[in-house]
Design a protein around this ligand. Structure first.
Ligand code: ACO
Length: 434
């Protein structure tokens, strides 16, 4: 039994043995290892928790991002997302996430200079990207090429050196748009466009995506701003699936390119970053407002999901969805409206009033409107998750950086409850098949 002040502890009685234990409560959590002392006898393993999907398990201490899902609050390093989206820009937010505080003017200028300086990739990266099939999914290309950067920067494995970590962080934030844009150009059969370092981060990305024969590509400022805001909104989201993948892989002390590549892989999945693509497909399938009630009935009968709705953490309106809804209006001012927006607005209205969704606290999440904006930019759906990945990179790296400096962290290695056979006798194939 642990010796713990009664107030900050949990007293549990194991009814199998009648024994009582006091377990310390710190930060509203108990340490799972403290349950290990609860055991039937010396032969049995200690008590563990069963938590598929980490629904109620904290895996780390973190000071990067705060979310209150019930109230719909999201803060990076303490700053509300609404203020950052309105008054900051993506590179400043990236600095904030990585360094923990806002930059001075000198720090900001040096940061922007560093990132801009590293936007180019080794020519061999271009060569191997060109080796992908003509119709390769850009997310698969991004995942592979980010991972491959570890072979170009073998020194990245020296993760205990702070300067070295900084170098890789800068490289990755700088090169993600280049890799993402080239994945896009590849699928279109268009030549890859080199970075234009006269342009800002997001404007340069748009140039690498869309430049053709003009000597300079300068996107409409309102579109640049809208995409920059989208990057800010996606920059971090505490221990989500892809961040957990980055941390889990990073816990083996592998280089950050390999860890971030795992994050890209996790983001590729339809329940995570792939949801905005799924939203758009869903809206197209619904086709017109008249079909919404039948679609909603199908969702309620459990035949399908209302994509872009619901969230593991938010049990209220996702604050990012509100900002995105506003950005959508700004973008449509430039590009003209998307008829799917009307379907989305109507779906949202109906769902927010329907008992099924109200009871389960299902609200629009960040992906409900982002796909519509991306489509207005003329991105094919396969590119949506790539945009998410570019935005999420500073968050992954801030979390990775925190992980490698956290003395509490160990290699990620969950327990299991074994449900298979035991102690069978093996018969060689030659005997089994005769
Ligand atoms: N449509 C219909 N019903 C839903 C939806 C949905 N989008 N989401 C959850 N539910 C229902 C579930 O069927 C379940 O109902 P039940 O209690 O009757 O069984 C209940 O709400 C709870 O849902 P869970 O799946 O247990 O919630 P979980 O936290 O595991 O899942 C998730 C969260 C994956 C986001 C889920 O809401 C979902 O699939 N949403 C659609 C996909 C999506 O938009 N993903 C993007 C998430 S945001 C991001 O990754 C950036």
């Amino acid at each position: 039994m642990t010796d713990v002040a009664a107030k900050d502890s949990l007293t549990v009685t194991d009814n199998r043995t009648g024994q009582t234990y006091d377990i310390a409560i710190t930060d509203n959590t108990i340490a799972a290892k403290d349950l290990g002392q609860i055991r039937l006898d010396d032969e049995q393993p200690g008590l563990a928790t069963y938590d598929p999907g980490f629904v109620n398990t904290a895996s780390c201490r973190s000071s990067v991002t705060y979310i209150d899902g019930d109230k719909g609050i999201l803060e990076y390093r303490g700053y509300p997302i609404e203020q950052l989206a309105e008054k900051s820009n993506f590179l400043e937010v990236a600095y904030l996430l990585i360094h923990g505080e806002l930059p001075t003017k000198e720090q900001y200028d040096a940061w922007v200079h560093e990132i801009t300086y590293h936007t180019f990739v080794h020519e061999n990266v271009k060569t191997f990207m060109q080796g992908f099939r003509y119709d390769a999914h850009p997310m698969g290309m991004l995942m592979a090429s980010v991972g491959a950067l570890s072979t170009f920067y073998p020194d990245a494995r020296n993760i205990s050196d702070a300067d070295n970590r900084h170098m890789q962080i800068v490289r990755m934030i700088a090169k993600m748009p280049t890799l993402g844009a080239w994945s896009f150009r590849h699928a279109q059969g268009k030549p890859y466009v080199y970075p234009d370092n006269d342009l800002g981060y997001t404007a340069n990305f748009l140039s690498m995506l869309f430049k053709m024969s003009e000597s300079k590509f300068e996107a409409d400022e309102r579109l640049v701003k809208a995409l920059d805001v989208l990057f800010i909104l996606h920059a971090d989201h505490e221990q989500n699936c892809s961040t957990n993948a980055v941390r889990s892989v990073g816990s083996s002390q592998v280089d950050p390119y390999s860890a971030v590549s795992a994050g890209v892989g996790a983001l590729y999945g339809p329940l995570h970053g792939g949801a905005n693509e799924a939203v758009l497909r869903m809206l197209k399938r619904i086709g017109s407002k008249e079909n919404i009630p039948a679609f909603i009935d199908g969702v309620k009968d459990g035949n399908e999901r209302l994509m872009g709705f619901g969230h593991r953490v938010y049990k209220n309106y996702d604050p990012r969805a509100k900002i995105i809804k506003k950005s959508a209006e700004d973008v449509f001012e430039v590009t003209g409206t998307n008829p799917l927006l009307d379907i989305a607005l109507e779906l949202e209205k109906i769902a927010l009033e329907d008992e099924y969704f109200v009871k389960r606290k299902l609200y629009p999440n960040v992906d409900f409107y982002s796909g519509l904006i991306y489509e207005a930019f003329q991105f094919p759906p396969e590119m949506f998750t790539v945009l998410f990945a570019i935005g999420r990179t500073p968050g992954w790296l801030a979390q990775w950086s925190e992980l490698v400096q956290d003395k509490d962290q160990k290699i990620a290695r969950p327990k299991q409850i074994y449900t298979g056979d035991r102690e069978l006798t093996f018969t060689a194939a030659s005997e089994r098949w005769s």
